[in-house]
Design a protein around this ligand. Structure first.
Ligand code: 13P
Length: 364
C-alpha cells in the first residue's frame, strides 16, 4: 500500500480535531460514558423497578446532565442517538445544556456486534455503510466526537487473527470517516474481562490488538493528533485465581501502551469493563503513578464505574435526584484525581463503591 498519493487533512480541520481531542483529555478531566443502548439502559431501569420508556430514559439522563459543577472533572459525555434529541423538563435541549456547561457532547456510532462467521464465538461490529451521513447529522446537532467499540474475547484459541484484523480495519475505516466529517474518533478496543486467563495473557493480547489497530489507523490516513484511544486496562480475567495488585496492573497496562501506541495520539481514556467503581479509580491512579515516561494523558471514559452508585441512590425516584447527583460528583472527583495520580483512596465512600459491575457477555 503506497501512501504517496494521499495527503493530510487541511490545516483548519487538523486544528479543529486536535483542539477537541486535547480538550477531552485536559488535565484532571475525563469522559462520562452514557451511551447505553435503549436495551442496555432498560436492564438498569428494570433493576430500579422503572419501565423502559423514552421518558424514563430521559429523566435518568437529565439527572446526570443537570448535576452542578459536573464539568469540574468531566470534559465530555458520550451519548446514544435518542439522547441527542431529548430535552430537560424545562424544554432545554440536552445538547444546549451540555454546551453551556462546557461539556463536549459525543456520539456512539457502532451499531453493536454480530457474529463473525465460523469463528469461535467471536464478533464484528456493524454501522459503516451510512456512517458519513450519520456523522454529518450528529455534527450538525452539536456533537464534536464519536466512539466505536470493538470487543475481543480471550479464549483458548481466541482472539483469532481474523478477529484482530477485522477490529483494526473497522476502526480504521470508522476513524477516517469521522475525521472527514469533522468528528474526533475515539477508537475503542475492548479486550474483555470474561475468562480465567492471567494478566500476562491479557497483556500480550492487548499489545497485539493495539499494534494492529495503529497499523490500520495509519493505513487509513487517520490524523492521530485528532483522535483518542479507549482501551481496556491490562488485568487478569474475571475468573483468574491469581489476583494482581494495582501496581502490577498499572505496570502491565503502561508497558503494553508504551510498546504500541504512537506518541502523536494525545490521550488514552480507559473503559471500566465491569470493574467496581473503587477498583477503576484505584487502578487509574496507579497507572498515573507508574514511573515510566508516557507521552499521552491517561484518564477515564467510564460507564458503569461512574454510574453504579448513581443508579443505586436514584432508584427511579425524583426525591433522590440530588443525592444521586452527589454520588456522581464523588466518583468524577475521585477519577479526576486518579487521572493525575493524586487519589488518596478511602476518603470517598460511594453507595456501590466496592461492588463488582461485571456481568458475563455484557451488552451495552
Ligand atoms: P464501561 O466503563 O461500563 O465498560 O463502559 C465503557 C463504554 O465503552 C461505554 O462507552
Amino acid at each position: 500500500m503506497s501512501p504517496t498519493y494521499f495527503s493530510y487533512p487541511d490545516p483548519k480541520l487538523q486544528q479543529e480535531l486536535k483542539t477537541t481531542a486535547e480538550a477531552i483529555v485536559a488535565p484532571g478531566k475525563g469522559i462520562l460514558a452514557v451511551d447505553e443502548t435503549n436495551e442496555g439502559i432498560g436492564k438498569l431501569l428494570a433493576v430500579v423497578g422503572s419501565q423502559n420508556t423514552e421518558n424514563n430514559r430521559r429523566r435518568y439522563r437529565q439527572l446526570l446532565f443537570t448535576t452542578d459543577n459536573l464539568c469540574e472533572h468531566v470534559s465530555a459525555v458520550i451519548l446514544f442517538d435518542e439522547t441527542v434529541y431529548q430535552k430537560t423538563d424545562d424544554g432545554v435541549r440536552f445538547m444546549d445544556l451540555l454546551k453551556k456547561k462546557n461539556i463536549i457532547p459525543g456520539i456512539k456510532l457502532d451499531k453493536d456486534v454480530v457474529p463473525l462467521f465460523l469463528s469461535q464465538d467471536e464478533v464484528t461490529t456493524q454501522g459503516l455503510d451510512d456512517l458519513a451521513k450519520r456523522c454529518a447529522e450528529y455534527k450538525k446537532q452539536g456533537c464534536r466526537f464519536a466512539k466505536w467499540r470493538c470487543p475481543l474475547k480471550i479464549g483458548e484459541h481466541t482472539p483469532s487473527v481474523q478477529a484482530i484484523n477485522d477490529m483494526a480495519q473497522v476502526l480504521g475505516r470508522y476513524a477516517a470517516v469521522c475525521q472527514s466529517e469533522g468528528l474526533v474518533p475515539i477508537v475503542e478496543t475492548d479486550v474483555l474481562l470474561d475468562g480465567d486467563h492471567d494478566i500476562v495473557r491479557t497483556q500480550k493480547v492487548t499489545e497485539i490488538a493495539l499494534a494492529a489497530l495503529y497499523k490500520a489507523l495509519n493505513d487509513h490516513h487517520v490524523y492521530l493528533e485528532g483522535s483518542l484511544l479507549k482501551p481496556n486496562m491490562v488485568t487478569p480475567g474475571q475468573g483468574c485465581a491469581k489476583k494482581n495488585t494495582p501496581r502490577e496492573i498499572a505496570l502491565a497496562t503502561v508497558t503494553a501502551l508504551r510498546r504500541t501506541v504512537p506518541a502523536a495520539m494525545p490521550g488514552v481514556a480507559f473503559l471500566s469493563g465491569g470493574q467496581s467503581e473503587e477498583q477503576a479509580t484505584v487502578y487509574l491512579n496507579a497507572i498515573n503513578q507508574v514511573n515510566l515516561y508516557t507521552p499521552w494523558a491517561l484518564t477515564f471514559s467510564y460507564g458503569r464505574a461512574l454510574q453504579a452508585s448513581v443508579w443505586k441512590t436514584w432508584a427511579g425516584k425524583d426525591e433522590n435526584v440530588k443525592k444521586a447527583q452527589l454520588e456522581l460528583l464523588k466518583r468524577t472527583k475521585a477519577n479526576g484525581l486518579a487521572s493525575l495520580g493524586k487519589y488518596q483512596g478511602s476518603g470517598v465512600s460511594s453507595a456501590a463503591g466496592g461492588k463488582s459491575n461485571f456481568s458475563a457477555n455484557h451488552k451495552y
